[in-house]
Design a protein around this ligand. Structure first.
Ligand SMILES: [Fe+2]
Length: 251
C-alpha cells in the first residue's frame, strides 16, 4: 500500500498527499470566520482576506485565539484520522502526534509573520519526525512555504563551507533549488522537517493560513520536544495498548 507515495517521500523528502480533507477544512474555515467576526468584530467573509481586516501588530493575538479554537474543534480528530493509514504505513503502527495543532498566518508585506529558513532539527526536534503541513486556503509561489529537496540537501550538506556559513549565505546559495509548495486546500504536504524550509515576506494579495502537526513513531528518540508534553500517543498496536494499560510500565 502507498508504494508510490513512499518512494516519492524517500527520494524527495516530501510528498503532496491526497488526504481528501476538503470537507473538514470547509467546516473549520466556516467556524474560524465566525469566531473571528464575533471576537474581533471583523467583517471577514473569506480567510484569504484576513490582511484587509487585521494589522500585523495584532495578528499574533488573533492567531493564538484561532489556535485555541482549532484545537477544541471536534473536526480536528476527523482531519487527523484521514492521515492515519498512510502514516502507519510509513512510520509503523505505534504513533505519537504533536499535542496541539499549530497555525501560521502569513500576511502580505509583513516580515514579522514569516518563518525564515530553518530546519526543525536545528531547533531541538528529533529527525525521526514528519511534518503534516495543511494549508487552509490554496497556496502558491512566494506566499507558500519553500523547502530544499532531499537530493539537493545531500549535495549541499557535504560541502565544507556550510560549517562556517550564515543563514543568509545558505539561503542565497540554495535559492535556485528551493521548491515552493503549490496546492489546493484539502490536501496535505508531508515533509521531513530536517530539510531546510521556511517562507519569505511576500506581495501576493492573500493571507496564507496553514496548520502544522508533527507525527512520529511512538518509540523513536524525542529530542528536546518531549513525550507527554509536546507529543502524545496517537495510535497503538494491540501489544502496545496491552503494555501501556499496565500503568507502571508507562514509558
Ligand atoms: Fe519548520
Amino acid at each position: 500500500m502507498y508504494t508510490e507515495e513512499k518512494n516519492e517521500l524517500i527520494h524527495k523528502g516530501f510528498i503532496h498527499f491526497n488526504s481528501n480533507i476538503q470537507a473538514e477544512i470547509q467546516t473549520l474555515n466556516r467556524h474560524l470566520i465566525q469566531v473571528a467576526n464575533n471576537t474581533f468584530l471583523l467583517d471577514l467573509k473569506n480567510i484569504d482576506d484576513l490582511h484587509l481586516h487585521i494589522s500585523p501588530a495584532s495578528v499574533n493575538d488573533f492567531r493564538l485565539k484561532m489556535i485555541s479554537e482549532i484545537n477544541q474543534h471536534k473536526i480536528i480528530e476527523d482531519l487527523k484520522e484521514k492521515h492515519a493509514e498512510f502514516l502507519q504505513e510509513l512510520l509503523g503502527r505505534d504513533l505519537a502526534m504533536q499535542k496541539h495543532v499549530n497555525l501560521v498566518l502569513s500576511l502580505p508585506n509583513d516580515e514579522t509573520s514569516q518563518i525564515p529558513l530553518h530546519s526543525d532539527v536545528w531547533t531541538g526536534h528529533s529527525p525521526f519526525e514528519l511534518n503534516l503541513w495543511i494549508p487552509l486556503n490554496d497556496v502558491e509561489s512566494e506566499m507558500s512555504m519553500f523547502i530544499l529537496p532531499l537530493p539537493a540537501w545531500r549535495n549541499y550538506s557535504k560541502k565544507e563551507e556550510i560549517k562556517n556559513s550564515t543563514l543568509k549565505k545558505i539561503l542565497k546559495e540554495i535559492n535556485p533549488e528551493l521548491y515552493y509548495v503549490k496546492m489546493n486546500a484539502g490536501n496535505t504536504f508531508v515533509f521531513w522537517h530536517h530539510l531546510p524550509h521556511g517562507n519569505h515576506k511576500h506581495q501576493f494579495p492573500k493571507t496564507r493560513w496553514s496548520l502544522n502537526i508533527r507525527v512520529k513513531n511512538l518509540f523513536t528518540p524525542y529530542g528536546e520536544k518531549s513525550f507527554g508534553e509536546y507529543f502524545v500517543p496517537w495510535k497503538k498496536s494491540e501489544l502496545t495498548e496491552m503494555v501501556l494499560s499496565e500503568k507502571e510500565f508507562f514509558l
